[in-house]
Ligand binder design. Structure first.
Ligand SMILES: Cc1cc2nc3c(=O)[nH]c(=O)nc-3n(C[C@H](O)[C@H](O)[C@H](O)COP(=O)(O)OP(=O)(O)OC[C@H]3O[C@@H](n4cnc5c(N)ncnc54)[C@H](O)[C@@H]3O)c2cc1C
Length: 379
């Protein structure tokens, strides 16, 4: 067992943290206020080869390992959690799903544009009546000749309306229930796809979240991923990869909060000395650092297991559960260390506190993570 990053992983960390500090962090506060979608950041990530970085070179990827990718999600999220989730969804939930579940023809058709950044990808599973119980979805895909006709409404879709391409899950056979769900790659240019107004959210405000509406949307048969009926399996195995990313996003947000709290504690003077000299503050910092380190280790292990093709739903759920809880708890502690100033919009811990909460909800809530863990323990 080796707890050191490889030389290659260290080089990725150096490069992405420099990129994040120079190109991602500076606009984060403004984007939080305006909700402006971070196209410029995404262009930069594409130019530097960070999109689809774990995918093989024959499709344009860098063939990087998953721990390197995990570090990228962490560092981008440390600078801007909105950019972190857009990046993570594009890679883990969209491109990776096509790589793992697509045919060779589909990989060659879809992946190069996703890796070069020509197209942005999204993942459309959730519906108004089907969240944690994703298998209860109602959208339909009816085969007519060489096309499926898709109808339904997806909600809370990250990059909804901004992305060029959506992996959409719909019922091809209602009588088979969860075994009747299939997955499709739906292009924004297809007739019959439209989008709701962007949601007004607590946090990750620069990541556009919107409904995806399908009304008699024709999708060519050759855009179906896997066989008819494979949809839920594809969704759940893809979400395992996504949850690795959300665990890393949570680590990045928590680390940013810790960095800010540590620096502030050394500057802020009360009772004639820096507040970092008070034991109450020191203990908070010690607990923060310990939990963040533990979360990072769980997240990197989850990334390693995912990247080496091992079944790791339990370990991934543990990483997401622990890291998201740490992010919520310690962004609150970072505000506490800042006192009243931390409650103000001008201090970034206020944004980090709002951004952290979503990591306990999307790509499977903390309750669902506990169900996955308990299910594996009791098997
Ligand atoms: C900002 C944002 C971005 C998102 N992006 C995407 C996206 O890109 N693509 C996508 O498909 N979806 C996306 N989602 C949807 C997200 O994955 C769901 O919101 C999430 O899975 C929870 O579903 P729900 O909101 O319907 O809550 P519900 O499932 O209704 O849950 C409500 C509460 O009940 C609990 N609960 C539910 N079932 C159980 C149970 N069996 N046992 C115990 N507790 C239970 C939940 O944990 C939660 O506390 C996004 C959501 C948000 C808010």
């Amino acid at each position: 067992m080796d707890f050191q990053l490889t030389e290659e992983q260290k080089a990725v960390r150096d490069a992405i943290s420099k990129f994040a500090a120079e190109k991602v962090a500076p606009g984060a506060l403004d984007r939080d206020r305006t909700g402006e979608f971070p196209w410029e950041v995404l262009r930069g990530l594409a130019e530097q080869g960070y999109l689809g970085m774990t995918l093989p070179p024959e499709y344009g990827g860098a063939g990087a390992d998953w721990v390197s990718y995990a570090i990228c999600v962490e560092e981008i999220s440390r600078a801007c959690a909105s950019c972190g989730v857009i990046y993570e969804v594009h890679n883990s939930l969209h491109a990776d799903a096509i790589y793992h579940h697509g045919t060779e023809e589909q990989r060659r058709r879809f992946l190069p544009d996703l890796i070069s950044g020509k197209k942005l990808g999204a993942f459309a599973l959730t519906e108004p009546g089907a969240g944690s119980d994703a298998g209860g979805l109602k959208s339909t895909a009816e085969l007519k000749g060489d096309r499926y006709i898709l109808n339904g409404r997806k909600c809370f879709i990250t990059s909804g309306g901004k992305a060029d391409e959506y992996i959409v899950f719909a019922l091809t056979d209602k009588s088979k229930g969860t075994k009747g769900i299939s997955a499709f790659v739906v292009d924004k240019s297809f007739p019959g796809i439209s989008f709701g107004e962007p949601e007004d959210k607590l946090g990750i405000r620069a990541s556009c979240t919107a409904d995806v509406i399908l009304e008699d949307c024709p999708v060519p048969v050759e855009n179906r991923l896997g066989n008819e009926g494979d949809g839920l399996k594809i969704a759940l195995s893809t979400l395992d990869g996504g949850r690795v990313g959300i665990a890393c996003q949570a680590v990045g947000i928590a680390q940013a909060a810790f960095d800010a709290a540590l620096a502030y504690s050394k500057e802020r003077q009360q009772f004639g000395r820096p507040i970092s000299e008070f034991q109450a503050i020191q203990w908070m910092l010690a607990d923060m650092a310990t939990d963040i380190e533990a979360a990072r280790l769980l997240a990197y292990r989850a990334a390693y297991l995912r990247g080496t093709g091992q079944r790791a739903s339990k370990e991934i759920a543990m990483a997401k559960l622990f890291a998201s809880r740490a992010a919520v708890k310690h962004t609150a502690n970072a505000i506490q260390i800042h006192g009243g100033y931390g409650y103000m919009r001008d201090y970034k811990v206020e944004r980090l506190f709002r951004d952290a909460k979503i990591t306990e909800i999307y790509e499977g809530t903390s309750e669902v993570m506990r169900m996955v863990i308990a299910g594996a323990l009791l098997k």
